[in-house]
Design a protein around this ligand. Structure first.
Ligand SMILES: *[C@@H]1O[C@H](CO)[C@@H](O)[C@H](O)[C@H]1NC(C)=O
Ligand SMILES: *[C@@H]1O[C@H](CO)[C@@H](O)[C@H](O)[C@H]1NC(C)=O
Ligand SMILES: *[C@@H]1O[C@H](CO)[C@@H](O)[C@H](O)[C@H]1NC(C)=O
Length: 311
């Protein structure tokens, strides 16, 4: 029989091992300090676009998340689906959402770009992936303060193709004016707990086992009133760096349900190979390089009057 002292050492080692296991599973969260508290008035606006929504309310505002180095993508969008236009008598306006960068050259270039195009919305938060929720909420805040007259708003990314013709057609057909939210619906998503994954979320950041219903952040569309309502509750929901989940939390709090825009799939967050007839019947497609944006758009516009064979 081992002496009492040895048994105590074994016992202590087992307890220590158990504690180590516990903390490694819980991301050492007790050592991590305070959680980030989101504030509605976070930062101040550095660039604002030149638009008077009160005087001439747009039917649809497209808000495109973008970063300093994506000038090529912004240029392609300005020449294609982001060009100001009227579809079925409805005006569409596109704006880019940016944060700040430490590079002085890049900052100056964006300020000049903003002067020239008057389509940049920028606040003073550091433009990194982890701040994407701040960037998105800046868009909601901007609509709330400067463009509450917009009938609809789309939030999308700079590597997306947006068929504004079909979007306007479907929105008019849907005929909804308030508390409307649509996109690629994700009704039963679970937090990813593998550290190496891009979408990893610790239990410290999000302790619950399920996400609320949300729409893929690649592209979602809502009636203008939703912007002010989401902005209004944004301080009252737990902050999470995944902007689409964060908006989902706001919507759950507001009891605004998600709806399909159409009986067939029109949002393609995982991409879709191009054919003119296929892209005539989509709203948004992910993973589109600027060069492709130009050629797809040209093909789409030149085929507008043509019918496609029924599938
Ligand atoms: C997000 O922006 C804020 C404000 O500029 C900054 O303090 C913070 O460090 C940024 N977050 C990250 C992860 O860089
Ligand atoms: C749209 O809905 C309104 C009621 O909300 C109704 O009066 C109108 O007729 C509808 N229009 C179409 C085209 O369905
Ligand atoms: C914002 O919230 C307050 C109370 O929480 C409410 O009284 C107000 O009507 C809300 N405003 C909007 C625009 O939803």
């Amino acid at each position: 029989m081992a002496p009492v002292k040895t048994r105590w050492i074994y016992f202590s080692l087992v307890v220590l091992g158990a504690l180590c296991l516990y903390f490694s599973m819980h991301d050492l969260s007790i050592f991590k300090g305070e959680p980030f508290i989101f504030k509605k008035e976070y930062g101040r606006f550095l660039q604002l676009p030149d638009v008077d929504c009160g005087h001439s309310p747009p039917f649809l505002v497209l808000l495109v998340t973008s970063s300093h180095e994506q000038l090529f993508a912004r240029t392609a969008i300005r020449k294609t689906w982001g060009k100001e236009k009227v579809v079925r008598g409805k005006r569409i306006k596109t704006f880019f959402l940016l944060g700040t960068t430490l590079s002085e050259g890049a900052s100056r270039a964006v300020a000049q770009e903003s002067q020239r195009h008057r389509d940049i919305i920028q606040k003073d938060f550091v433009d990194v992936y982890l701040n994407l929720t701040l960037k998105t909420m800046m868009g909601f805040e901007w609509v709330h303060h400067f463009c509450p007259q917009a009938a609809f708003v789309m939030k999308t990314d700079s590597d997306m193709f947006v068929n504004v013709y079909y979007l306007v057609e479907l929105l008019l057909k849907k005929n909804r004016t308030s508390r409307f939210f649509t996109g690629f619906l994700k009704m039963n998503e679970l937090p990813i707990r593998e550290k190496r994954n891009k979408w990893f979320v610790s239990r410290y950041e999000y302790p619950w086992d399920k996400y609320p219903p949300f729409c893929s952040g690649t592209a979602y569309v809502f009636s203008g009133d939703v912007a002010s309502q989401v902005y209004n509750v944004s301080e009252a929901v737990p902050f999470i760096k995944l902007e689409d989940v964060f908006v989902g939390l706001c919507l759950a709090r507001l009891r605004i349900g998600l709806e399909e825009l159409h009986s067939e799939q029109t949002f393609f967050p995982a991409g879709l190979s191009f054919s003119t007839c296929r892209f005539k019947k989509i709203v948004a497609c992910h993973f589109i390089q600027p060069q492709k944006m130009l050629s797809y758009w040209k093909a789409l516009e030149s085929s507008l009057g043509e019918e496609c064979p029924a599938e």
